[in-house]
Design a protein around this ligand. Structure first.
Ligand code: ZN
Length: 112
């Protein structure tokens, strides 16, 4: 996978997929880890269907996790049952058709 330019855990970040935590037709939650500095990242992908025919809107969030949070999600038998409410108040990167920007929090559950 390509590492977005805004990923800022270290000087030479290189994100690698660890595991998929949840997946549906329009949503995906993944655990990523930087190969350079070993930082964990939570990646959320939402596709908002556009019923007017405009092609829909793709939105992704990247939230930096602590080592403890990353290892908990990596080792969880049922990762979708884990409490992710901390994502709502954790600074994150949001990326969509309008570009990428820093936000104060990310969704903690799939869009629908
Ligand atoms: Zn890094």
């Amino acid at each position: 996978m390509a590492t977005p330019i805004f990923i800022d855990c270290c000087a030479g970040p290189e994100l690698a997929w660890v595991r998929t935590l949840y997946e549906s037709h329009h949503d995906q939650e993944s655990l990523l880890r930087c190969s350079a500095c070993r930082a964990f990242w939570f990646h959320r992908f939402n596709e908002y269907p556009d019923w007017t025919g405009g092609g829909g809107d793709l939105t992704t969030w990247y939230t930096r996790l602590t080592t403890e949070e990353g290892e908990r999600l990596r080792d969880a038998a049922d990762p979708f049952a884990e409490d992710l409410s901390f994502l709502r108040t954790r600074p994150a990167w949001m990326d969509d058709a309008r570009g990428s920007r820093r936000v104060d929090g990310a969704p903690d559950h799939p869009h629908g």
